[in-house]
Design a protein around this ligand. Structure first.
Ligand code: ZN
Length: 464
């Protein structure tokens, strides 16, 4: 079975064929750092994490670029409202963004270019567009001329019949109904304050869309494999990126476009007025674990709307416990008599997981395969029908898949849990609550942990 992705451009599933065999170059639109990212934003970033990890699982060498939009209408508006510099306004949100990525175990991209560091590259592209008759100046600003680029609208499948030729839009964000010539370079005005660059195109600042055209081609070349983002980025942002890049370079910009659907909260659109607007920090403060959040974000297929719920987080925590108990118990299992079934179970896991993921990252059956495997191996272990060699094979298989999912509780937090249980047990013994003390000892034993009472206190080790 080949790896297929649903291409937003063609609207059908296509076999993935990289431009350079064995490597994947992908661009993901990053955050606009004017505020803390919310859980809907992180849905897109975890989808991209799953994509990059699965490509690596398949043996590809991945180069991913995620930009930081640190200058646009919103960052300027909010920094001006606060009366601080653009940089002073965006820096804390950039820092928080990277902390959140790490909390959710989103693997770092290879490059995180910031728009403010790439203005000269943007000027180069705009000048090419001017030379080719694809850009013009009006009221001091520079605009892309849609009428001169017949391919305009091919990604969003736009109906251009009602379009007024020559209509212009200066704002970074607008609706499909307002399809118009869009700003590449915006002449400085008073609302920009001290945010401007003195360039050959005049004193001003870039439009949002040109930023991504410049940063993608700088790090990935003019033609690369995959471009991702949220569905809300498809128009106008990605449509405009295509117009700028293909208009300037005269070659195909991207082979595969992949877009992630919206996230709802408890069945409703997330909004500040409904009080269901969550940043990652909001959820952590409510006591939810980062891993449960990661699990819920990943466990719905990226092209379906995700209904994020607090109940769903509790469910996710249960699934994660089952997953992690399985690994801990299996690691602590010393091995029994083989019944010859394990090989088949391991092979089935790998085949079913890959068949599902190869089909446009179909995560539900992929997770189904993982939990079937857990059930089947658990049965063999409890019946003592698993040899030590089979145990190792099963562990290798789940660890390999965990490189994609990253659901395993890290050793440090596991050690902390063990130490916590040991402390609880000591307290129970002090209180002469031997039933509780025995219960904790049994719980630890199930985790593969044996306790030894020594003169220096309680020591623990993993059962081999
Ligand atoms: Zn972008």
């Amino acid at each position: 079975m080949p790896l297929v992705f649903r291409n937003s451009m063609s609207r059908v599933k296509e076999e993935f064929k990289p431009i350079v065999p064995g490597t994947v170059r992908m661009y993901t639109c990053g955050p606009t750092v004017y505020d803390f990212a919310h859980i809907g934003n992180f849905r897109a970033y975890t989808f991209e994490d799953l994509l990059r990890r699965y490509l690596k699982y398949k043996g590809y060498q991945v180069t991913q670029v995620m930009n930081l939009t640190d200058v646009d209408d919103k960052t300027i508006r909010d920094s001006r409202a606060k009366g601080i510099t653009l940089q002073a306004h965006t820096a804390p949100f950039v820092k928080a963004f990277f902390e959140d990525l790490s909390t959710l175990r989103i693997e770092p991209a290879e490059h995180y270019p910031a728009a403010t560091d790439h203005v000269p590259e943007m000027i180069v592209i705009i000048k090419k567009l001017i030379e080719k008759g694809l850009a013009y100046q009006a009221d001091g600003s520079w605009y892309f001329k849609i009428a001169a680029f017949p391919d305009y609208g091919k990604l969003a499948h736009l109906d251009k019949s009602g379009m007024k030729a020559g209509a212009r839009v200066a704002a970074d964000e607008y609706e499909k109904e307002s399809v118009s010539d869009f700003a590449l370079w915006k002449e400085w005005d008073e609302s920009d304050g001290d945010v401007f660059w003195e360039t050959e195109l005049g004193k001003g600042r870039p439009g949002w869309h040109i930023e991504c055209s410049a940063m993608s081609s700088k790090y990935l070349g003019n033609h690369f494999d995959i471009h991702t983002g949220g569905v809300d980025n498809m128009f106008p942002h990605h449509e405009n990126e295509i117009a700028q890049s293909e208009g300037a370079n005269g070659e195909t910009f991207v082979n595969y476009w992949m877009h992630c659907e919206f996230l709802n909260i408890e069945g409703r659109k997330m909004s500040k007025s409904l009080g269901n607007f969550y940043t990652l920090k909001d959820l952590l403060e409510k006591g939810y674990s980062p891993l449960a959040i990661r699990y819920q974000l990943l466990s719905t297929h990226y092209r379906m709307q995700l209904n994020f719920t607090l109940d769903g987080l509790d469910q996710a925590a249960k699934s994660l416990e089952r997953y992690n108990d399985f690994i801990t118990n299996l690691s602590g299992f010393s091995g029994g008599e083989s019944s010859g079934e394990a090989d088949e179970i391991v092979k089935r896991l790998e085949a079913d997981f890959e068949t599902a993921m190869d089909d446009d990252l179909n995560i539900s059956p992929a997770l189904g395969a993982v939990f079937d495997f857990i059930r089947d191996i658990n049965r063999l272990r409890s019946e003592n029908k698993l040899s030590a060699a089979e145990r190792d094979k099963a562990l290798t298989a789940i660890h390999r898949i965990d490189k994609v999912l990253d659901f395993q509780i890290k050793q440090e937090s596991l050690d902390a849990k063990i130490e916590g249980l040991i402390a609880e047990r000591s307290q129970a013994r002090k209180n002469r609550n031997f039933a509780e003390s025995d219960r904790i000892r049994d719980e630890l034993l199930k985790m593969g942990i044996v306790l030894e009472d020594t003169a220096q206190g309680v020591k623990w080790k993993r059962k081999m």
